[in-house]
Design a protein around this ligand. Structure first.
Ligand SMILES: [Zn+2]
Length: 308
C-alpha cells in the first residue's frame, strides 16, 4: 500500500510552520521559517508556496504521496471557497483567492481555515476537549482567538467568523483595538498589553515566561499580576458560560503557560460572576496539543474535505 501524507501549515505572526502528517495525523517532520520578510501580500503568498515546495523536496516526497495541504490563517477565511478576507498584519490584504493561487503554484489540493477553528477541532478530536460536546477553545497570544464546539460540531456562524471572543467589548471607552472598536477583551489581555504592564511592574526586560516562573515560586507581585489577568478573562467568560452552558473551556497559547494561578483566578471569577448552575458545570483546562494544535487541525481539515 502506498503511504499517504498530509502537509499541515500554520501561519502565525512570527513563524510559518510546516509539518508532515501521517495517515493517523501524527506529526512525522516539522520545519519553521520566520515570517519577518513576508511583509506584503505578494511576498507572503510566495513565502507560503516556496516553503511548501522546499519542504516537499527536503522530505524527498513525491507529490503522489501527498493527499493535500491544509493551512491555518490568523484571520477570517471563507473555508469552502478558499478566500482569505483579511489578514490583520498584512497591509492591503483583501479577499485573496489563496486556495486557487496556491494550488497553481504547488500543484496539490489546498484547503484552509481560520487558525483558532483548526486548533479547536484538533483539541476536540484528539486533545483536551475529546469526549466533550459543548466547548469553547481559546488561544491567548498577540491576539485572543476562539472557536466553539456546539453539540459536537464546530460552530461557524454565517460567515465562518463565530468565536471571536477577543473582540468581546468590555468597556465602551476603552483602548482602541486592532479590529477598529474600543475596549475589546484583547486590548486588556492580549500579549502586547500584558507585556507592557509586566515591564512597568517588573522592569523593562522581563519576559512573560519569567513572570510565570516568579508566580510558580509564589512571588506575591507575580501572583497578583496573573490573578488580575485571570479576573478580566474570567469576567468575559462568565457571560459566555451563562449564554452557552458549556461543558468545557480549553485555554491554549503562550499565556496559558502562566499556570495554576491564572487558571484558579479564572475559575474563581466564573464561580462568583456567572449564574450558579452554569458556573458549576463548566470545567476549565489547559490545551493539550500545545503549539501543534493548528497543524493537526489542518490535517483534519484536509481529510474531512477529501472525504466529502
Ligand atoms: Zn477588537
Amino acid at each position: 500500500m502506498v503511504k499517504k501524507f498530509i502537509i499541515g501549515i500554520d501561519l502565525g505572526g512570527t513563524n510559518l510552520k510546516c509539518a508532515l502528517l501521517d495517515s493517523r495525523l501524527k506529526i512525522k517532520a516539522k520545519s519553521s521559517v520566520s515570517t519577518k520578510s513576508f511583509d506584503n501580500q505578494a511576498k507572503l503568498i510566495c513565502g507560503i508556496s516556496d516553503t511548501i515546495n522546499k519542504f516537499i523536496l527536503d522530505q524527498r516526497l513525491s507529490r503522489s504521496a501527498i493527499l493535500g495541504v491544509g493551512i491555518g490563517l490568523p484571520g477570517p477565511v471563507d473555508t469552502l471557497k478558499g478566500v482569505v478576507h483579511f489578514l490583520p498584519n498584512i497591509p492591503g490584504w483583501r479577499e485573496v483567492q489563496l486556495k486557487k493561487i496556491l494550488e497553481e503554484k504547488i500543484k496539490l489540493p489546498v484547503f484552509m481555515d481560520n487558525d483558532a477553528k483548526l486548533m479547536t477541532q484538533a483539541e476536540h478530536k484528539q486533545g483536551a476537549a475529546k469526549n466533550y460536546k459543548n466547548v469553547l477553545c481559546l488561544t491567548l497570544g498577540t491576539g485572543v482567538g476562539g472557536g466553539l464546539i456546539i453539540n459536537d460540531l464546530i460552530y461557524r456562524g454565517l460567515d465562518n467568523s463565530a468565536g471571536e471572543l477577543g473582540h468581546l467589548p468590555l468597556n465602551e471607552n476603552g483602548p482602541l483595538c486592532g479590529c477598529g472598536a474600543r475596549g475589546c477583551l484583547e486590548t486588556y489581555i492580549g500579549n502586547k498589553k500584558i507585556i507592557h504592564d509586566a515591564r512597568k511592574l517588573f522592569g523593562p526586560k522581563i519576559t512573560l515566561e519569567e513572570v510565570s516562573a516568579l508566580a510558580l515560586k509564589n512571588d506575591r507581585k507575580a501572583v497578583d499580576f496573573w490573578s488580575g489577568i485571570g479576573k478580566q478573562l474570567g469576567l468575559a467568560l462568565s457571560g459566555i458560560v451563562n449564554l452557552l452552558n458549556l461543558d468545557l473551556i480549553v485555554i491554549g497559547g503562550g499565556v496559558s503557560c502562566a499556570g495554576k494561578v491564572l487558571f484558579e483566578s479564572i475559575r474563581c471569577t466564573i464561580l462568583s460572576r456567572a449564574m450558579p448552575l452554569q458556573a458549576k458545570r463548566v470545567r476549565i483546562v489547559k490545551a493539550k496539543l500545545g503549539v501543534d494544535a493548528g497543524i493537526i487541525g489542518a490535517g483534519y481539515l484536509v481529510r474531512e474535505r477529501l472525504e466529502k
